[in-house]
Design a protein around this ligand. Sequence first.
Ligand SMILES: Cc1cc2nc3c(=O)[nH]c(=O)nc-3n(C[C@H](O)[C@H](O)[C@H](O)COP(=O)(O)O)c2cc1C
Length: 230
Amino acid sequence: MKIKFFKRCLTALVCCLAAGCMALTFAACANDNTPSGGTDDTGGVQQPDTPETPDEPETPEEPEEDGVLVVYFSATGNTENVAEYIADYTGGDIFELVPADPYTSADLRWTDDNSRVVREYEAKQAGTLQTVQLIEDTVENWAEYDTVFLGFPIWWYEAAWPVYDFVESNDFTGKMVYTFCTSSSSGLGNSTQVLADMAGGSGNWQDGRRFSSGASRSTVESWLEGLNIA
Ligand SMILES: Cc1cc2nc3c(=O)[nH]c(=O)nc-3n(C[C@H](O)[C@H](O)[C@H](O)COP(=O)(O)O)c2cc1C
């Protein structure tokens, strides 16, 4: 009798243990069903991170076609004025040639035997002129320009030599080059041919136009109209 009672108690204990285990298992499963985002510190359900919307890709700028570039050297501003009129009319970019060692007004006294320009001129005639170095002798996006205007003052009947560094440093292949100058009275002379040779035969060099030192905008524009540059 005692043994029977003991057996019943044991069976009841085993059942209780089994029921307890099942309850724990259900509880654990219930926790597993929590959304994968987990809970936040306040006990709320965290939302999965929303991926950021990528920025709109920038539209690449259209490469300029048939670009016009106006390059010039000017010691006292006359050629610079003409260069600006050309750039305004054509919508072209402008690039000034600036000597690394700039010319002072004393340097430019061409009637003074001891001035820098006279010494340089004499060296040029003797074939010993050192190239006048420019701060920049190459142009960004050079390939985009197919028309180049190259301007300078006339110094002793020729293109002022600070332009030489630019001409020697660039390949003009495929480009139409129009020279222009300002002077007191002299014309372009053989400037264009000298520069074309210096460019090693690259580029289609055209004798452009000589302007008086104080040329007006309308005079420059009349010349440009005749060139029929689109
Ligand atoms: C060194 C030097 C040489 C010059 N030689 C001549 C010349 O041979 N013929 C001429 O007509 N003008 C000559 N000029 C005058 C300039 O060509 C003229 O003033 C020009 O418009 C200056 O241009 P810029 O202001 O752009 O420097 C000379 C000027 C200088 C400084």
